[in-house]
Ligand binder design. Structure first.
Ligand SMILES: [Zn+2]
Length: 232
């Protein structure tokens, strides 16, 4: 059977008059990235690998972080916060519960928040995953600089490398990945692309949000860890 990708775009009903998602870049990039993550995870022949609740939630997270990565400006710093959908929601804070931020005050989320009953919904799970990746983005930019030309895929700047790690991680991760296996796939992608030069940068960023070396999940119970592996 031949599957043809379809991207779903909506008119948002939060404001009066209603606002069209086609007029907000982060909404378009978010939806487009669903096609990317669904297609790449589990191999090119399988587009059914983000079906578990946790994997589907990460699908939302990848979509949010790619929307941010495409909109970063050279004037941004690690103190800059990002909203998703501020136009369609008619609110500066956008559609998510917290802004994406490297401040634990502005966004206090951590891996073990997956235990919270409020995080049994894909967009809420996605907020936790995207926040971790937001930490990765800024740890990488602080370490390796910023590339303002998003078409320069061979740039060695932090934002470009992060985009490549994330996309290659999608190709490497198993069907229905978890936060832990998706983190490991991103670390494997880093090893393949930059030979471990940023391994500890990635570990520190994940560990800041509880997905450190000792993080674990058993029987739907999630335990945070701020540990980094020996040598980092
Ligand atoms: Zn989505």
């Amino acid at each position: 059977m031949i599957y043809r990708g379809t991207m779903s775009m909506f008119v948002f009903t939060i404001t009066d008059p209603k606002r069209d998602g086609d007029l907000e870049a982060d909404v378009i990039i978010h939806e487009y990235t669903h096609g990317l993550s669904n297609r790449l995870t589990g191999g090119p022949a399988n587009s059914n690998c983000l079906n578990s609740l946790e994997a589907g939630g990460m699908g939302e997270g990848w979509s949010d972080i790619m929307a941010v990565l495409f909109q970063l400006k050279s004037t941004d710093t690690h103190d800059t916060n990002y909203a998703i959908g501020p136009y369609v929601s008619g609110a500066p804070g956008g559609l998510r519960r917290n802004l994406y931020s490297t401040s634990a005050t502005t966004n206090p989320s951590s891996y073990s928040d997956l235990n919270d009953p409020s995080n049994q919904e894909v967009h809420n799970i996605g907020e936790l995953w995207a926040e971790m990746l937001y930490e990765v983005v800024w740890a990488m930019i602080d370490q390796a600089g910023f590339e303002s030309n998003i078409y320069n895929a061979t740039s060695t700047a932090g934002n470009t490398l992060t985009m490549r790690y994330i996309i290659n991680g999608m190709k490497l991760q198993p069907c229905n990945p978890t936060f832990i296996t998706a983190r490991d796939a991103i670390l494997q992608a880093e090893q393949q692309i930059t030979e471990g030069n940023y391994k500890c940068t990635l570990w520190s960023a994940f560990a800041k949000r509880g997905l450190g070396a000792g993080a674990s999940s058993q029987l739907s119970s999630y335990t945070s860890s701020t540990e980094v592996p020996e040598g980092c």
